[in-house]
Ligand binder design. Structure first.
Ligand code: 3PG
Length: 213
């Protein structure tokens, strides 16, 4: 599968999983809501194990590894079977490790200079983070002015909700939107799978209402 097919549903659920036993039920709850794409963040000790478990139990799921801050994180993500990686920022060490492993990476950017550096490093799908704090849709549209023709695609993430989702999805250079609102850490800890499915299904309906570009 290529990057475009990973992001085909135009939504990435960013998850923080505290207990590895919650990983598969969480991914199942998302799939029940119509979303197969989950990014498991390397913020908890069980991140790699959670990725491995989801990959084994649910072949239909597309599983990314998030919060990749070091080359070691990249290696652990690849070893766990992650299909793509996400980083909050742009690190040459992370970039190099991903290239060495032929591992698709969505590095984080927020400024024109970072976008230029990410393009120079060979990455085309960039996480725009933290989006809402740094101007959201308006900032992204301003950046698309000088960069739209380069073929760059953005995955805005950070503070996005079902209410702001349509404004992002309508932008042609937005490949997908990332967010945790449909599977907040608290909902996962409470094992509220029904609520997670309902929020996911709501988000998928919002996306379906915006035509593909
Ligand atoms: C991330 O790392 O991508 C963010 O934690 C997700 O942002 P959100 O929690 O504001 O949706």
């Amino acid at each position: 599968m290529n990057v475009e097919s990973f992001l085909k549903q135009r939504l990435v659920c960013v998850a923080v999983i505290d207990k590895v036993d919650d990983a598969v039920p969480l991914a199942q709850a998302l799939i029940a809501g119509g979303l197969n794409c989950i990014e498991v963040t390397f913020r908890t000790a069980g991140a790699a194990e959670s990725i491995a478990r989801i990959r084994k139990a649910l072949p239909a799921a597309v599983v990314g590894a998030g919060t990749l801050l070091t080359a070691e994180n990249v290696k652990a993500a690849v070893d766990a079977g992650a299909q793509f990686g996400v980083s909050p920022g742009l690190s040459e060490a992370v970039s190099q490790a991903a290239h060495e492993k032929k591992f698709p990476l969505f590095p984080g950017v927020i400024t024109p200079t970072e976008i230029m550096t990410a393009l120079e490093l060979g990455w085309k799908h960039l996480k725009f983070f933290p989006s809402e704090t740094f101007g959201g849709v308006n900032a992204l549209k301003a950046l698309i002015g000088p960069f739209g023709h380069t073929g760059v695609k953005f995955i805005p993430t950070g503070g996005i909700t079902a209410a702001t989702l349509p404004n992002y999805i309508a932008i042609p250079q937005v490949a997908a939107v990332g967010g945790s609102w449909m599977a907040e850490r608290k909902l996962v800890a409470e094992k509220d799978w029904a609520k997670i499915t309902a929020l996911t299904s709501e988000a998928m309906k919002v996306i379906a209402a915006v035509p593909t570009k």
